[in-house]
Design a protein around this ligand. Structure first.
Ligand code: PMP
Length: 287
């Protein structure tokens, strides 16, 4: 089956999907994106993803390329045309293409919109969650507006590449004071000796994860103790459990950080139970 990609108003075969060489996403990373989980052909937490997309556009003063409803239609259409049952849908909006110039182009330059969908294997992700993943820590060298979901992902690419060489699947960025900010493409969580779940509070230094927000609903309902505060990397080493959250993995247990076993070195009960509950709290939109 030929994969189909949405580019600026057209549904085109993957091999022909292209944007302009002077797109500002390409030249300046002047572009934002969303990744939404697709589950049984439906979008998970679409409203929260749309709200974050709108906020990212607003923070960068990129005009909304079309209504939320129309964007939702594009995402569904791409999912359908690619017959994705389980996987992800990726939506990117850049400021558009214009002769290279730092200043924003005029209003006549329209944003570039790209949407693609990709199948994934829930069984493979579940199998990974059964054993848990390893993390490598690294200094947070990113910029000071990590709350905006831009495609400026080079620090994460470099860090993940290094982590991969060490057999770690994700990185945890650490601020100059030794506190974990977040993962390369996920939010970071620990469970302390008292069973309190700890994750950094929202701010300019982390992405407001959609999975994080939905998990906070689940935690509230489960009456699990919660503390939204920064935690030290050394606290994480000594934690009873650790895990990460992201749209494509939901809750993924962490069993090693920098080669040290976390807890007993196996996925912990809090992470496993929150993973099981997650989709009961997420909003699953109509197809
Ligand atoms: N932090 C960063 C830096 C990310 O790239 C992601 C994934 N997009 C997340 C957190 C998790 O966000 P979400 O739960 O919305 O996927």
């Amino acid at each position: 089956m030929t994969r189909i990609v949405y580019v600026n108003g057209r549904y085109v075969p993957y091999s022909q999907a292209a944007v302009h060489v002077e797109d500002r996403g390409f030249q300046f990373a002047d572009s934002i994106y969303e990744v939404c989980e697709v589950r049984s052909g439906r979008l998970v937490d679409e409203e929260r993803h749309m709200a974050r997309l709108k906020r990212s556009l607003g923070e960068l003063q990129i005009s909304q390329p079309m209504s939320e409803k129309a964007l939702g239609h594009v995402m569904r259409e791409v999912v359908k045309r690619n017959r994705v049952r389980n996987g992800l849908v990726y939506l990117q909006v850049s400021r558009g293409a214009a002769p290279r110039e730092f200043l924003f182009p005029g209003d006549d330059v329209l944003p570039t919109v790209v949407c693609l969908a990709r199948p994934g294997s829930p069984a493979a992700i579940d199998a990974r969650a059964e054993v848990g993943i390893a993390i490598k820590s690294t200094p947070d060298i990113r910029w000071q507006r990590c709350d905006i979901k831009t495609v400026m992902l080079l620090p994460a690419c470099l860090a993940k590449e290094e982590a991969h060489k060490d057999g770690a699947r994700e990185v945890w960025f650490v601020d100059p004071d030794g506190y974990v900010t977040e993962g390369g493409s996920s939010n970071a969580w620990i469970v302390d000796g008292d069973g309190t779940v700890i994750t950094r509070q929202l701010g300019a230094d982390i992405l407001p994860g959609v999975t994080r927000a939905t998990l906070l609903d689940a935690i509230g309902e489960a009456k699990v103790r919660l503390s939204e505060r920064p935690f030290l990397l050394t606290e994480a080493y000594a934690a009873r459990e650790a895990f990460i959250t992201s749209a494509t993995q939901t809750v993924m247990p962490v069993v090693r950080i920098d080669g040290r076993a976390i807890g007993d070195g196996k996925p912990g009960p809090v992470a496993q139970s929150l993973r099981q509950k997650f989709h009961h709290f997420a909003t699953i939109s109509s197809a």
